[in-house]
Design a protein around this ligand. Sequence first.
Ligand SMILES: [Zn+2]
Length: 211
Amino acid sequence: MNSFSEDIFCYPVKMECPYCYHSGPIQIYPELSGWTGRKLILDGKIFVYRCRTCHRSFAVNYHLIYTDEAHGFFLENIPEEQTDTEPMERDGVFSFCRYTEEISRLQEKLLIFSHGRDDRVIEVLKIRVSQRTGKGPFHYSGSLKDGTIILQNSTAAFRTEVYVPSWEYETVLRLSKLDDLRAGKETWVDEAYGRALLARIRKKSGYPFIT
Ligand SMILES: [Zn+2]
């Protein structure tokens, strides 16, 4: 048991360092919830393995469920290679959920929902910014007080931040005519989802903003 809280369940597994092939233990957190879980996920330290032999670190990716009963949603990360895992079903407590294949994607979703944003709209904005700048992929990294959205290029050698004005978010939200986030049936909201939604908006609206 770790020092964060008595009721956070975790267990050690043996990890092999991809650089020097020595192995060591890492704590795995299969289920996190509420405020404490959110803090741990967004902080991200629990998903970094530091090798005690060569001192290099790398990100780990494993099956993890985050539940937020107060806001009625859960997030489930199922790594692609884990084909035997059955995704958790929505029930009375949870009105919506998202599945991801990478912990970093789950972290992004959690940040988006913590800021009261709609991840479906964010996916569209990410694609539009990639097209405008010729860079990408982008991920959501935060919002300013005036509603401006900050997207960050995640793979470039140096970090690129793009500021998206709140009216652009509001316009996409309005034109997309989506069901309320909590009533939506979507479970996989990724780049492919964003592309499909953007195409739908362009076809229906013909609005000059959507180029
Ligand atoms: Zn190592």
